[in-house]
Design a protein around this ligand. Structure first.
Ligand code: NAD
Length: 483
């Protein structure tokens, strides 16, 4: 039987193209086939890397800032003009609720492109270091920031627009050339970005290449090829480790945004009702498929049962259903495989002694899983240590503030966190003692295109967004000349 024709195409060296075979992308809200994507293998990945190297070495992309500003403007314009098509595809392929596309699933990523386009004209690519005297000679020194080179960008399925553009926009602003690979479970959204670039911008051939693949072989070429200078990866910590090892052979710069198991700490003077409501809604954001979600809720032991009750009330109020319905807050998990993984973790948590308060059930058709609450969770148990990536919240009792900090830090991860207290000062002091890259204080939002985002410990290396996000794609060259 011949493969179905692809619904979208790869972008390699300025050409929109298919591959020898295709693979299916499913609509997770129904389980039905949504479309087919080209299955890029090592040959397509090699062609994309070679094109990106050639574009970096032989075009003005890396050195002509004004041209890059113009192209980023065009990319932003194309995204704005095609926003509704991309919204529909993101809802269908990723299972992202319509509500979420007003934020992190679509509108915010488009704003990120705008932010880097606006930053670029005035960005200081050089810095004067003044004069030094060495053995009687006077020397003038300065530093120049240059594009780091060819970038391999590998992304997960959960927020493909957000993560794809959080890599693409600063890499292009810096003057890098890019091979971007979408996730096997959400290939079409990322291919759509490639088509916009090919059809609506003057970005030269080879500067951006976009691949989709069902397996790891294309990604392996992207992380080992000697022509690649930087690997930027967002995904699981397990894959991040493999990528770091693979890239070490050619000593690439590796930038990793990995998993999380973040804690929300309710201090004894917190507004428990507000915090419980936020914890319940946050745990079900995109059905729990977010790296920075607080999936451990730490509460004073004597308030444990009361908080569990309030969180359960919050979870019962969450509108779960068709992601295309603007009233829906929570849609499906991405796949049956992911649902099996989540369900197995919940079963094992109960076997480990956690109390299943609500949820723990599949809902068909599609890959839905009910909002799930586990109470009395042991901070050392698997459910408190492993990333679940499903709508599952674990309530962990603590005895005193130091104990809460110790439990929050009892994790291989360090991506995000939250603290609630009547006193902002108290919240901030606790947040400072917890090792993670971002923090919400009393329900505050930190997320924006200019806010650096990333993890401590095994949640990653480097920062996305903001000036730090641009720095990941810049090299530093230091000059000295007779004064
Ligand atoms: P994943 O690690 O399974 O896959 C991510 C990407 O890596 C995919 O494109 C996949 O094809 C590719 N890949 C797999 N093996 C590879 C290899 N050997 N070489 C090169 N590429 C390879 O992750 P996922 O299941 O798609 O996404 C969920 C994970 O992503 C969670 O762990 C989540 O915490 C993490 N995540 C982190 C952040 C962050 O910013 N820290 C954001 C979103 C998601």
């Amino acid at each position: 039987m011949t493969d179905p024709a692809p619904d979208r195409r790869l972008l390699i060296d300025g050409r929109l193209t298919g591959a020898k075979t295709t693979f299916a992308s499913l609509n997770p809200a129904t389980g039905a086939v949504l479309g087919h994507a080209p299955d890029a293998g090592p040959a397509e990945a090699e062609a994309a890397v070679v094109a990106a190297r050639r574009a970096f070495d032989t075009t003005v992309w890396a050195t002509d800032r004004d041209f890059r500003v113009r192209c980023l403007d065009q990319l932003h314009r194309a995204l704005v003009d095609h926003k509704e098509e991309l919204r529909a595809l993101t809802i269908e392929e990723v299972g992202a609720p319509h509500q979420l596309t007003a934020g992190a699933q679509l509108e915010e990523p488009i704003a990120t492109v705008r932010w880097y386009a606006d930053l670029l004209p005035a960005f200081e690519f050089s810095r004067d270091l003044g004069v030094v005297e060495v053995r009687g000679g006077r020397h003038r020194r300065w530093v120049e920031k240059e594009a780091a080179g060819v970038v391999s960008a590998i992304i997960p399925y959960n927020y493909p627009n957000q993560i794809g553009l959080a890599k693409l926009a600063p890499a292009l602003a810096a003057g890098c050339t890019v091979v971007l690979k979408g996730a096997p479970d959400a290939p079409l959204v990322t291919l759509f970005l490639g088509e916009l670039i090919a059809e609506h911008t003057d970005i030269p051939a080879g500067v951006v290449n976009v691949l989709s693949s069902s397996g790891a072989a294309a990604g392996e070429v992207m992380t080992t090829h000697p022509d690649v200078d930087v690997v930027t990866f967002t995904g699981s910590t397990a894959t991040g480790r493999r990528i770091m090892a693979a890239a070490s052979e050619t000593v690439k710069r590796v930038f990793l945004e990995l998993g999380g198991k973040s804690a929300m700490v309710l201090l004894d003077d917190a507004d428990f009702r507000t915090a419980s409501m936020m914890a319940s809604f946050m745990s079900c954001s995109h059905a729990g498929q977010g790296c920075a979600i607080c999936t451990r809720l730490l509460v004073p032991r004597e308030r444990h049962d009361e908080v569990v009750e309030m969180v359960a009330q919050g979870l019962a109020r969450i509108p779960v259903g068709d992601p295309a319905d603007p009233a829906t807050y929570m849609g499906p998990l991405i796949s049956e495989r992911q649902r099996d993984k989540v369900d197995a973790l919940v079963r094992r948590a109960v076997a480990d002694g956690a109390k299943l308060v609500c949820g723990g059930e599949r809902v068909d058709p599609g890959f839905f899983y009910k909002p799930t609450l586990l109470a009395g969770v042991d901070p050392d148990s698997e459910i408190a240590q492993e990333e679940v990536f499903g709508p599952v919240l674990s309530v962990i009792p603590y005895d005193e503030e130091d104990d809460a900090v110790r439990i929050a830090n009892n994790s291989a991860y360090g991506l995000s966190g939250a603290v609630f207290s009547a006193s902002e000062e108290r919240s901030v002091n606790v947040a400072r003692r917890i090792r993670s890259g971002t923090f919400s204080i009393n329900g505050g939002n930190y997320f924006a295109p200019d806010s650096p985002f990333g993890g401590y410990k095994q949640s990653g290396i480097g920062r996305e967004y903001g000036l730090e996000g641009l720095a990941e794609f810049l090299e530093t060259k230091t000059f000295g000349a007779p004064a």
